[in-house]
Design a protein around this ligand. Sequence first.
Ligand SMILES: [Zn+2]
Length: 147
Amino acid sequence: MEDRKLLVDTFAFHGGCTFGKGNIEKTGEGRLALTLVDKAANRKVRVAYRPTLQPRIKASTFMRQRTAGVPADQIPDADQRELVDLLWEAPEGDVLTVGDVVPAAWLEPEEVARFAVGLGCGELVAEPYLRVVAGEQGCLACSGYLH
Ligand SMILES: [Zn+2]
C-alpha cells in the first residue's frame, strides 16, 4: 500500500496529474504500474515497476521496520537513505519496464455535476457511481458493489 501510494505521488508530482483534475484513474488492480496517455498525440505507454530489487528491498532495514509497524517518519534517516540509494543507484532496467508506445484514442471525460439520492443510504451520489439493483438506484456500497 505504501509503495503504491509513493509511486502515484511521485508520478503526480512530476507529471502534474491529480485525482482532482481527473487525469489520474485508479484501476484497482493493485499492480505497481502506470499507463501514461499523451492526449495531444493520441498515444500511450505502460510503465511497470519491476520486481528485480524486491528481495533486497524486503530485506532492507527500512522495510523490516515498516513490516514491524514502525511509521515511515519514525525510521532513522540512515535507514531511509539505504533504501533510497538502493533504488537510485540501480540500473533503470532493474527498476522499470517501459512498454512500447502505442496509439490510443482519447476521449476527454465529461465533467459530472449531476447527483442523485441513493435509496439505501439517502446520501447524494455522483451519477457515474450510481448502480441499479432490482430497479433501485444506489451508491456502490448500498448496491453491493464494494466488498
Ligand atoms: Zn448508499
